[in-house]
Ligand binder design. Structure first.
Ligand code: CDP
Length: 231
């Protein structure tokens, strides 16, 4: 298989047709822009299966790159031109926003906050305001509005879904891309690597913070998410 891109947690291979790619979830985990890293056998299968189930759940509500499951660790997706933006949706304050704005950890955002970050490892993914996005030509006003709509819709559906499993969706990072005809689609992954999930009762983390903050065993946390999802 031809490798198109080898990322920190996923490898992209050429798909069976020129407009498709195979997304393979690796057992590697990184934090702090790759400064902290590890290999955790079994992690890739968990993030793949969780992503596949969530994309399938969203299928009729939010247009995405997901086509079908291929095996335990990969799915087939539409080939896109990914926009260099990370769209972060926050229901509760934690992580970078607590440091930036001095908010109390766990403070609720109602309505949820939608933020855009510049996807640039060299610049450490800086927060962007709309004027920056326009000045840098990163997305059109129409694309921005569409991303915000899809992000809010994804957040509402996943919040309800996880709540029923005793998990609070704290925040998540989404990525978007465009097909050659300009159609905007939700891309990347939907897993505890890119979202924060807290137990609704104890507020224990079941996401990558377990690794970031050395709070226990990452595989055990991801297995618990998968178990509650019926995987
Ligand atoms: O994770 P950190 O505190 O650095 O950043 P954040 O802006 O508080 O992260 C918000 C959400 O986006 C969390 O669920 C992160 O896991 C996720 N995120 C991500 O998946 N990839 C990034 N490059 C940055 C954030």
């Amino acid at each position: 298989m031809q490798t198109l891109y080898n990322g920190k947690a996923k490898t992209l291979f050429a798909g069976p047709s020129p407009d498709t790619i195979i997304i393979f979830f690796k057992d590697t985990v990184t934090a702090g822009n790759g400064v902290k890293h590890a290999t955790i056998p079994g992690k890739g299968a968990l993030t793949a299966q969780i992503s596949i189930k969530l994309f399938e759940m969203l299928k009729d509500s939010v247009p995405s790159h997901y086509i079908k499951k291929l095996d335990a660790q990969s799915f087939l997706a539409k080939k896109l031109q990914i926009l260099p933006l990370e769209v972060v949706v926050r229901n509760y304050a934690t992580g970078s926003i607590v440091k930036r704005l001095g908010l109390p950890r766990g403070q609720a955002f109602q309505p949820p906050l939608v933020e855009f970050f510049y996807k640039s490892d060299a610049l450490h993914d800086p927060l962007l305001c709309l004027a920056h996005i326009q000045a840098l030509g990163l997305a059109t006003p129409h694309e921005l509005a569409q991303m915000e709509t899809y992000a809010r819709h994804t957040n509402a559906l996943l919040t309800d879904y996880f709540w029923a499993l005793g998990l609070k969706l704290i925040d998540m990072k989404l990525e978007f891309g465009k097909t050659p005809d300009g159609t905007l689609l939700l891309a990347d992954e939907l897993s505890p690597d890119t979202m924060r999930l807290w137990d609704a009762r104890t507020h224990e983390s079941f996401d990558k913070d377990v690794f970031r903050e050395d709070k226990g065993d990452l595989l055990t946390a991801y297995r618990e998410v998968a178990r509650r999802m019926g995987l």
